[in-house]
Design a protein around this ligand. Structure first.
Ligand code: PLP
Length: 432
């Protein structure tokens, strides 16, 4: 049967009439790979089904949240059970305490937490808090890292911004970006030199503790520990943006995985079980700087929404099941090993990275890719051919060479084998 996406094409045509670019978040538009974005109808376990009835093994997982697979029974049931009690009160509910207590119980560096509605809100609020707490303005981030679309963070950013070639977006006032210092990921000497010059003006370092928005770049242990040491030396706040890595690379996020504790942590994606939730939390002395007990203002009409909390809490229970992260890591290793062997067989220059259930594929002669410059040197055309080949073989990967892939608990060994067989066929075609 030939691969058809006529209905997706029709829907895309219609969408472009009323939604800018036809999508509600830019990277979905397939600009990084060309072609028509696939419109999905439903998800089940490891798979997605599109409007034309095609089935795909999914390694995007809604960009991270679906770590237990799609339409997970316990999360859906928890939401259904809550529905009839009303959708939002804008007042405290017990389930918010259950959620906060659960999250603080899991994340090593978190005494207190506040819920928000997205990862962007979490990072934006954490930075305001760090600035208020230290009384300093400057922030350090790393090139290719993405922390959501707040003005001060949309400077040399990764993810869709990088894919579309606008890492520093027009519309960000110079004033908002002036206090953002951008350094090289995995280069601790760069960080030390910067702090030696202006350490007394720097409020915080924000870092993706495993970078997943310039493809998947794990940190060196010296890098993360070095950031901790520099922040301690200069009295700056260390923020781990774990919107992607939280409950993802391990139950305790990247901070548990690498055993380095930040002062503040931002969370999103998995924490909402698929509903719009973000959170930021950390040391009590910093968190108590927040309104209403402290001077730093932060708020939200729908923050701590009971339905979102029900989904998130059910997800938090699921991810605590024994052996989950070992299983995810094993599956990622099986996938990466198989993909490498298939690429080698067809003499395609290729390498992989992974951290827990996150992974990245790179079309490059380099043996290892560990910084932004090396990511940029990878063969984009080869990635595009690979992406479309995999799509036609029923494997849905992120439509950009600058995004990480995600494994879920629902991916079986059969799924992995099917994916590797698809890659074998695609690589054979690419090398012919
Ligand atoms: N931080 C990181 C590390 C992310 O990967 C993302 C989104 O991909 C964000 C922040 C922003 O989260 P959201 O898209 O929920 O606003």
């Amino acid at each position: 049967m030939t691969y058809k996406i006529d209905k997706s094409q029709n829907l895309f045509d219609r969408a472009q009439e009323f939604i800018p670019g036809g999508v509600n978040s830019p990277v979905r538009a397939f600009k990084g790979v060309g072609g028509t974005p696939i419109f999905f109808e439903r998800g089940e376990g490891s798979c997605l089904f599109d409007a034309d009835g095609n089935r795909y093994i999914d390694y995007v997982g809604s960009w991270g949240p679906m770590i237990m697979g799609h339409a997970r029974g316990d999360v859906i049931e928890a939401v259904k059970a809550r529905l009839d009690q009303g959708l939002s009160f804008g007042a405290p509910t017990e389930i918010e305490i259950d959620m906060a207590q659960t999250v603080c119980g899991i994340m090593p560096g978190m005494d207190m937490v506040r819920m928000v509605n997205s990862g962007t809100e979490a990072t934006m609020s954490a930075i305001r808090l760090a600035r208020g707490f230290t009384g300093r303005d400057k922030l350090v981030k790393f090139e290719g890292c993405y922390h959501g679309h707040a003005d001060s963070l949309l400077v040399k950013a990764g993810s869709g911004a990088l894919t579309l070639g606008v890492p520093s977006s027009p519309g960000v006032p110079a004033g908002a970006a002036n206090d953002t210092i951008t350094l090289d990921y995995n280069d601790i000497d760069d960080v030390k030199a910067c702090f030696a010059e202006q350490g007394d003006k720097i409020a915080c370092i924000i870092v993706e503790a495993v970078a997943g928005n310039m493809n998947c770049i794990p940190p060196s242990k010296e890098f993360l520990q070095g950031l901790r040491d520099v922040c301690d030396q200069y009295g700056a706040v260390l923020i781990f943006d774990e919107v992607m890595t939280g409950f993802r690379v391990s139950l305790t996020g990247a901070q548990g995985y690498y055993d380095v504790q930040p002062d503040l942590t931002t969370l999103g994606k998995v924490i909402g079980g698929g509903l719009p939730v973000g959170a930021f939390g950390g040391k009590r002395e910093i968190m108590e700087y927040l309104a209403p007990i402290g001077p730093v203002y932060q708020a939200g009409t729908l923050s701590g929404n009971p339905l979102a909390m029900a989904a998130g809490l059910a997800m938090m229970k699921s991810v605590q099941q024994p052996g989950l992260y070992e299983q995810l890591t094993t599956r990622v290793e099986q996938l990466c090993t198989g993909m490498q062997a298939a690429a080698d067989k067809h003499c395609i220059p290729f390498t992989t990275n992974s951290a827990g259930s996150m992974f990245g594929f790179f079309f490059t002669e380099a043996k290892k890719v560990s910084n932004f410059a090396q990511v940029c040197e990878c063969d984009q055309e080869a990635f595009k051919a690979f992406f479309h080949g995999m799509l036609e073989h029923g494997v849905y990967l992120a439509p950009s060479a600058f995004e990480a892939g995600f494994m879920s608990a629902a991916h079986s060994e059969n799924d992995i084998n099917e994916t590797i067989a698809a890659a074998d066929a695609v690589f054979a075609h690419m090398s012919s």
